[in-house]
Design a protein around this ligand. Structure first.
Ligand code: UDP
Ligand code: MG
Length: 364
């Protein structure tokens, strides 16, 4: 049965958050008229998250759990969610309740009112540590400049997408952060709204600051390449190759002439430079040719996925070697009883900015 909204939540070791997440989301969504579902995608958690998800199905019929065979990463988990979503609108959010489900109806209103394709959250009053906030601000400026999509907070997971935008889109690596940048290149309208952000109440962040910084920079280079050269890698590699080959060839001709007139070139640094330039040039052009072949292969196997789902939740954790019993951990039901509803926070919401018109999407 089709739904209005599919809420997609990647879950990696969020056993403590899960019951609160379901409670908060259903509290908010049951107060609306929307037909909704929540797809929690267990990303190969090593804690009891998967089993808790399975148990929570009894209390929340809207819950559709998916279980990835191993830890494929947040992007693959989101992709699995998109592939199994039945809603007309997909809403993504984190499973740690740093995003506030109370923002979802507001984002739906903006989506409709602004006739947008994506509504992207902006954690203006962010509750992460200062260093992280600083890195994030710098990264966002860089991303805005490089992608020419003016978002304050591209990394915010809380986003609402029209189904059509995501239908033909495949996201790999950690490219989930850049979906708005990608789709707006193809004419989608992206609107940014302020959303509430909470400090992490349970568990820890799954990413380190420095590692993430380097990965974001690498992803940006990749994104720039994909957006500009996805269908013509020969131009990217070939032009750089030519820029090496031509000066290399000229230098080599010059040295050849010197040699021809009896000069000694064996010890000249220029010889090494020209050999290096020629080799690099040939290699880069060769890579361009390979790239062109890959592009052709890339377009062939339509519908290939980069993850495998398991049929049900993982088994409960095996006892540790020191004889610890399985049931020493409190059951999900007990955890549900230990309610600690996350603090409500009201934040001003301002709809902001947009780009162009209709949507087509692209595989990345
Ligand atoms: N996550 C995931 N797979 C991973 C890492 C993270 O599914 O390999 C999920 C995680 O459970 C959370 C969301 O992605 O729901 C964001 O992760 P986290 O809160 O650790 O990131 P941060 O808020 O520090 O950016
Ligand atoms: Mg988080």
């Amino acid at each position: 049965m089709s739904k209005d909204i599919s809420i997609i939540v990647p879950i990696y070791n969020e056993e403590e958050s899960l019951p609160h997440l379901l409670e908060r989301v259903s509290e908010v969504m049951r107060a609306t008229k929307y037909k909704w579902e929540i797809i929690c995608v267990d990303d190969g958690s090593s804690d009891d998250s998967a089993q808790i998800m399975e148990d929570l199905k009894a209390d929340y019929p809207e819950l559709k759990p998916l279980y990835q065979r191993r830890n494929y990463g947040q992007t693959a988990a989101m992709q699995a969610g998109f592939d199994h979503a039945e809603g007309d609108v997909f809403v993504t959010m984190d499973g740690d309740l740093q995003n506030d489900p109370a923002d979802i109806p507001m984002m739906m209103d903006v989506l409709k009112k602004e006739n947008a394709d994506i509504v992207s959250g902006w954690r203006r009053k962010r509750k992460d540590d200062d260093f992280r906030n600083f890195l994030s601000r710098t990264a966002n400026k860089l991303v805005s400049k490089m992608t020419e999509v003016d978002l304050h907070d591209t990394g915010c997971s809380l986003k609402a997408y029209r189904k059509e935008v995501m239908e033909n889109m495949r996201i790999y690596g950690e490219l989930h952060r850049f979906i708005p940048a990608v789709v707006s290149q193809f004419g989608a309208k992206v609107v940014e709204v302020e959303v509430t952000h909470h400090a992490r109440a349970f568990g820890t962040s799954k990413y380190g600051n420095i590692g993430r910084m380097f990965r974001v920079v690498l992803d940006l280079i990749l994104l720039k390449f994909l957006l500009r050269y996805i269908n013509r890698p020969m131009h990217a590699f070939g032009m750089t190759g030519m820029a090496c080959l031509v000066p290399g060839g000229l230098l080599m001709s010059y040295l050849f002439l010197i040699k021809l007139f009896g000069g000694d070139i064996g010890h000249r640094p220029l010889l090494f430079l020209s050999v290096m330039l020629i080799l690099m040039g040939v290699q880069l052009i060769g890579m361009g040719v390979l790239g062109e072949l890959l592009v052709r292969i890339y377009h062939e196997p339509e519908g290939r996925r980069q993850y495998i789902l398991r049929a049900g939740p993982r088994l409960r954790k095996l006892p540790k070697s020191d004889g610890e019993k399985l049931d020493e951990k409190s059951s999900p039901d007990e955890k549900l009883k230990k309610k600690a509803a996350p603090k409500k926070a009201a934040a001003s919401k301002t709809a902001k900015k947009s780009t162009a018109k209709k949507t087509t999407a692209k595989k990345l």
